[in-house]
Design a protein around this ligand. Sequence first.
Ligand SMILES: Cc1ncc(COP(=O)(O)O)c(C=O)c1O
Length: 400
Amino acid sequence: MSGGDSADALLGVYKPQGPLFVKGEGVWLVADDGRRYLDFTSGIAVTALGHGHPEIADAIERAAATGLLHTSNLYRTAPARDLAAFLADRAGMDRVFFCNSGGEAIEASLKFARRWAGTNRGSEARDFVALRGSFHGRLFGSLAVTDRPGYREPFEPLMPGANFVDPTDPRSLERALDPERVTALILEPIQGEGGVRPLGTPFLRKARELTRERGILLILDEVQCGLGRTGRFTAHEEAGIRPDILALAKPLAGGLPMGAVLVTEEVAASLSPGDHGTTFGGGPFVSTVALAVTRRLSDPDLLSDVREKGEALRGMLERLQERKGGRITEIRGRGLMWGVELSGPSAPVVEHALDEGLLLVGAGPNVVRLLPPLTVSTHELERGVSLLGEALDATVDAGA
Ligand SMILES: Cc1ncc(COP(=O)(O)O)c(C=O)c1O
């Protein structure tokens, strides 16, 4: 077998490391040797309520007891109907399309935008503008609007018509948003894989203002930063803007695969039966679980707790930065989504942290990302930051 561990039949497109996990308990994962690991990845922003949350277990049991795992979208089910109504209401949007992942949510968003443009803007405006540092997924459309040459180039040609602008240069955004050519601007309110970079309220408002003036759609990719992660139900809420299309996924069903695209009535009006579809999207089982998860993630008490703990975490990271001299060059984030930019590579630090019992994930070559479950305690945050400090020390010693 090539491209992976010869004892393993899994395709070698991942590099899974270390322990074999057998159990999850809150913010902790337990390996087959009984060792416990503090999970500051949440499975890359997925398990927002932690592992083994009783409300998720209960929803899974209830959903299983109905015997209704799947019907296809040939038929309607109550869980999908109720979840769509809840999400649309809570996010201030009008209609919802369900799919099975973040990449699929972006793919659908791009298609919906083109369909809207076909109806409202004539055939010329087909292009997309995306931002430098963006990550929107690995499918041919979502990859085309992703600014990662290493991920893109081996698979070209991708979807044509994607152009990138530098988010720190508002002039280039103004120039790129040509109403003759551009269907939509797509962006993450906080860029995740690109290094945890919040775009900030002024930028988001400017993007909304320009797109609205020019008749261009605004697609917000909140696959990673949405659904409570920033201490708001949607990350853009703080900027007081409304997108035309909003993509959600990762934490939506608490660890089961699900994505959703929320659109305005105007975008919805351009779509007809047959324009898009998926066999599994919005199945009754996953929708029942997602309704329980999103109800909890929209709880005002949980959200204000995330904002408070986020500020506490910011303080802990700033103190760590003071103690570690020039090792930490910048700390960025919101809520419980933080990037710690290092003077050197992040991979050795992530590796050492794993040895010490802390799960972290990189975001680009020199940023360590912290994405603990939103249910993390202050004590667990302190423990995680202390282990991160130890990993920084260990990598200095290793000459990283
Ligand atoms: C902002 C953003 N969009 C889209 C995706 C793609 O999601 P998925 O991996 O579920 O296809 C990701 C995944 O990391 C993401 O962070």
